[in-house]
Design a protein around this ligand. Structure first.
Ligand SMILES: Cc1ncc(COP(=O)(O)O)c(C=O)c1O
Length: 382
């Protein structure tokens, strides 16, 4: 069977995990800081905070930015629900703006139009998503966010290693927090780096970093400089309400080991993307495809076809398990119960009716990819 995504665990990864398991620490040992430092270097930011999953990372970000019942935050309808849910965890209001049908990213012009409809201060934040691995131009978003006094959380779950080129011609890597206040990643097995479960927050803001460290562990600190008193070596203070969003030391060891082959994996993903793009170039049944874009991290390779369900079922009968990313968040029953409805975002809904994510993972063989391409072409042209 050929899935749409699959983790790549090597003998070195297994050795790294076994070594951590045999050490004195299972949770929050030395591997945590090693992974955080290596990841911050890879992404190009000052601080990284590893947590139990990408959703926990998003939740800690909205907590650190003081989202509350008076907060309104804008995100994309084409993302995993977690990008929106993190606002609801803090009782904030989620607002959506439509996607750009060419890039599938949150359309900055639609976000601007929404911001301009209300007085400054009505919205507090924006959560753009580097959807499928395509980097959002955060320089443009920063300008817009500053105009309206908003913060930015970049949801970079799909895009470690991805980048956009800024107005000075500099590569700006996803999650480097040059323009966003905070960025987050996921280490779910289908993502670029697999920890089983895992997530990371990156930032250049020391204050937010210190807040996140505390919130990750119940709101507790043992830092003598921050505590009001010290009763002895055992003493700690819980200073605010946080969570246990820690990751284990052996998962962090796996993350560090996985990170070592991140560039090679990214290069292989790009090779696969080039083959798909060239193979479908002249197929007029394919209405749109991810294509080749500089800085794309190719978490997903997406095509758009009219007979999406039929193609999905046909490929499944051939043991090719594609996926649909995503059901528009505003049409999910929970968000409909909050007042959103089918018909609210035309581009997102049209995209959803046609999109299909093809197998895309570094260990996909050429034979497997050819089998996928042959079956798609024979179905569409048959
Ligand atoms: C865009 C996006 N945001 C957030 C998440 C949440 O990450 P996790 O599954 O690690 O909680 C995911 C993962 O599926 C995602 O794809």
């Amino acid at each position: 069977m050929i899935p749409y995504g699959r983790q790549h665990i090597t003998a070195e990864d297994i050795d790294a995990v076994v070594k951590a398991l045999k050490s004195d620490f299972l949770t929050q040992g030395p591997e945590i800081a090693i992974f955080e430092k290596a990841f911050a270097e890879y992404i190009g930011c000052k601080y990284a905070v590893v947590v139990s999953n990408g959703t926990a990372a998003l939740h800690l970000c909205t907590m650190a930015l003081d989202v509350n019942k008076n907060s309104r935050v804008i995100t994309s309808p084409i993302t995993f629900a977690a990008s929106a849910n993190c606002v609801r965890y803090c009782d904030g209001e989620v607002h959506f703006a439509d996607i750009d049908p060419k890039t599938y990213l949150l359309d900055i012009n639609k976000v601007r139009a929404l911001l301009e409809k209300h007085p400054k201060g009505y919205f507090q934040g924006i959560i753009p998503v580097d959807f499928a691995g395509k980097a959002v131009n955060l320089e443009e978003y920063r300008k817009l966010a500053d105009e309206f006094a908003c913060w930015i959380i970049e949801d970079a779950c799909h895009a470690p290693g991805g980048y956009f080129i800024d107005s000075k011609g500099t590569k700006q890597h996803c999650g480097n927090s040059q323009f966003a206040d905070l960025a987050i990643f996921s280490f779910h097995p289908v993502k670029h780096i697999a920890c089983g479960e895992g997530g990371m927050i990156t930032t250049n803001d020391e204050k937010l970093y210190n807040k996140l460290i505390k919130l990750r562990t119940h709101g507790i600190t043992k830092d003598l400089n921050l505590m009001h008193k010290n009763d002895g070596g055992w003493y700690y203070e819980m200073q605010e309400l946080g969570f246990n969003y820690r990751i284990t030391d052996f998962q962090a060891a796996l993350g560090t080991s996985q990170l070592k082959k991140a560039d090679a994996s990214l290069a292989r993903r790009k090779e696969i993307a080039i083959i798909y793009t060239e193979s479908f170039e002249n197929n007029h049944h394919i209405k749109g495809q991810s294509g080749i874009v500089e800085g794309h991290a190719y978490h997903l390779y997406i095509i758009e076809v009219e007979k999406r369900k039929e193609l999905y079922d046909f490929l499944k009968s051939k043991n090719i398990f594609c996926q649909v990313h995503y059901i528009p968040v505003h049409t999910l029953p929970y968000y409909q119960s909050l007042g959103w409805k089918q018909g609210d975002f035309m581009h997102a809904e049209n995209y959803y009716n046609a999109c299909l994510s093809l197998p895309m993972f570094p260990t996909l063989t050429n034979d497997e990819q050819n089998f996928v391409i042959e079956n798609i072409n024979s179905f569409l042209n048959g």
